[in-house]
Design a protein around this ligand. Structure first.
Ligand code: C2E
Ligand code: CA
Ligand code: CA
Ligand code: CA
Length: 278
């Protein structure tokens, strides 16, 4: 057993080495990608569950990799966060999202009340001067502040603790809204929640996907929605994939939702087609 154990360690070390090299490769490629702006944004509609109208879009970044093609964010956001590259990448995402939404508002005046939801990493959020960057972004792109909502994950929010309150206050002073993303996965103490100045709770899709299979899930989703409403927040449910999810969430008085049942995330030209028709 001892000899085997030793062998296992050798293999393990080799794997670790390979992984470290791969990571370094991705880091270097990410650096180049940011320099060359090899990223694109996809946009997923957010729907008013009462009348099924579009209330806005969430922007979701993809890496247009020179060899691999379109790469999803789960493959590079964690590395971008560890290396700090999320700061310049997130800055580009914020500006491009606001620029694009303002463009749609100009071209489709019947959709004046649309919001753009932009994902912001905690690493980005805690950079000194982030609220000023948001202000500059709105000034530069011309997007009205009421049309921007920043999404911060529950776990990032909890790890920032009191610092988050100060930063979010400075952002909300500009009438930019805040949503808590992936709610239910961050193990926040519920007694803490009311201290964070936010507008929206987004229920993580793992709860929504389990809605029709698991009775406990339905109870949890119902409780999250009641809690949010009691705190004066509105609710977006993620991962609505079926008509049944939609019906159940509607009966629980969930206001908004997104998911494959309505639409996958779309490239900008397809969104323009959709807005032109509606
Ligand atoms: P997220 O913010 O929770 O975004 C929702 C994810 O769920 C997206 O994956 C979306 O494509 C996917 N999705 C939407 N509807 C459904 C559905 O009905 N069923 C299922 N199974 N999935 C659905 P995506 O685009 O791969 O993004 C993954 C994560 O990467 C995002 O999760 C977000 O945490 C992160 N991310 C994406 N763009 C950015 C960004 O610009 N900045 C930062 N910091 N993170 C980003
Ligand atoms: Ca999000
Ligand atoms: Ca989410
Ligand atoms: Ca997520």
């Amino acid at each position: 057993a001892k000899a085997m154990g030793k062998g296992c360690y050798a293999i393990f070390d080799e794997d670790m080495h390979t992984m470290a090299v791969q990571r370094l490769d991705i880091e270097n490629e990410l650096r180049k990608g940011i320099k060359h702006r090899d990223f694109v944004l996809y946009y997923q509609p957010i729907i008013n569950l009462t009348d099924q109208s579009i209330i806005g879009f969430e922007s979701l970044v993809r890496w247009n990799h020179p060899r691999k093609g379109l790469v999803g964010p789960d493959e590079f956001i964690p590395i971008a966060e560890e290396t700090g590259l999320i700061v310049p990448l997130g800055e580009w995402v914020l500006f491009e999202s606001c620029r694009q939404m303002n463009d749609w508002l100009q071209r489709f005046p019947s959709h004046q009340e649309m919001l753009i939801h932009v994902n912001v990493s905690g690493i980005q959020l805690k950079q000194a001067g982030f609220p000023d960057r948001v202000r500059t972004c709105l000034q530069t792109t011309g997007l009205p502040s009421r049309c921007l909502k920043l999404e911060i994950t529950e776990s990032m929010l909890m790890s920032l603790e009191d610092r988050a309150v100060t930063i979010l206050d400075a952002i909300r002073k500009q009438h930019v809204q805040i949503g808590i993303d992936d709610f239910g996965t961050g193990y926040s103490s519920l007694s803490y929640l009311h201290r964070f100045p936010v507008d929206t709770l987004k229920i993580d899709r793992s709860f929504v996907l389990g809605l029709d299979k698991n009775n406990d899930n339905a109870k949890i989703v119902k409780a999250i929605i009641s809690l949010a409403h009691a705190l004066g927040l509105n609710v977006v449910a993620e991962g609505i994939e079926t008509a049944r999810h939609l019906t159940m969430l509607g009966s629980m008085r969930c206001e908004y939702g997104q998911g494959y049942h309505f639409s996958h995330p779309l490239p900008a030209h397809q969104v323009a087609g959709m807005l032109g028709r509606a």
